[in-house]
Ligand binder design. Structure first.
Ligand code: FES
Length: 250
């Protein structure tokens, strides 16, 4: 789940953790001041953690109690809201299990008619057709990465995270940022990307409807994986030299 967070989400989580820790510290300092044992025979006076000795008056005691309560509620609030933020969506959005509104046959008909993958923006994935007989080593079929003749590819480039569009002419995925290219099955073909596109497990129910689990990101197979043997079918959308230039930069 954490691997799927965007940079903005990481910043928000970092802030939440920092504020939560501050609340925790506030609570701890005040609780310690209240429960700190007094020297034997001492009636009433209490030594503060910081500063000169002070009498723990009734007013000071309730002040400490209030501060501790404030720290506790602050920490709890931040903790719960962070959890709610990170918890996989149960409403069908990215991070949760998404059941598509049309069945696998309709999706495949749409892919063939448009010659484009089926893109589902709320889930940040593409569905592509995949012939399981190409998967001779069981790389995808044995890991629940193919269902109903479809595979779910994460839209994020494994190089630096740009969204990778599909090029209608080459029939490959081509990243506009530094020119990485992946075949129709999201397998690495060129550019600075370290591996193939990541993907999500999916399943087809008895009625042929597909559910994609975007809460689990399966790391894409390594460079050199080419189960489809698909060559580019036309002109590239992104200059092939962009890959070379980007590789030289790194
Ligand atoms: Fe896609 Fe760099 S982010 S090639």
């Amino acid at each position: 789940m954490l691997a799927a967070l965007t940079k903005v989400q990481w910043v928000i989580v970092g802030l939440a953790v920092a504020i939560g820790l501050a609340g925790l510290a506030l609570m701890a300092v005040n609780v310690l001041a209240i429960i700190r044992p007094r020297p034997a025979g001492e009636q009433g006076p209490s030594q503060p953690l910081f500063g000169p000795p002070q009498q723990l008056t009734r007013r000071r005691f309730f002040g400490r109690l209030m501060n501790a309560g404030f720290g506790l509620s602050f920490t709890t609030g931040i903790g719960l809201s962070s959890l709610a933020f990170l918890w996989p969506s149960v409403s069908g959005g990215f991070g949760g299990r998404i059941r598509l509104p049309i069945d696998a046959n309709e999706i495949k008909a749409q892919i063939r008619a448009t010659k484009l993958p089926f893109y589902y923006a709320p889930g940040r994935f593409y569905l592509v057709e995949y012939d399981s007989s190409d998967d001779t080593s069981g790389l995808y079929t044995e890991n629940s990465l193919v269902a109903g003749g479809l595979m779910a590819l994460y839209q994020r480039c494994v190089h630096l995270g740009c969204r990778v569009p599909f090029c209608e002419t080459s029939q490959w995925f081509e990243c506009p940022c530094h020119g990485s290219k992946y075949n129709r099955a999201g397998e690495y073909r060129a550019g600075p990307a370290p591996r193939s596109l990541d993907r999500f497990p999916l399943e087809a129910d008895a009625d042929g409807f597909i559910t994609v689990d975007t809460g689990i990101i399966e790391t894409g197979p390594p460079r050199g994986t080419n189960t489809t043997g698909q060559d580019p079918e036309g002109a590239f959308c992104v200059d092939p030299n962009a890959a070379t230039e980007a590789e030289e930069e790194h």
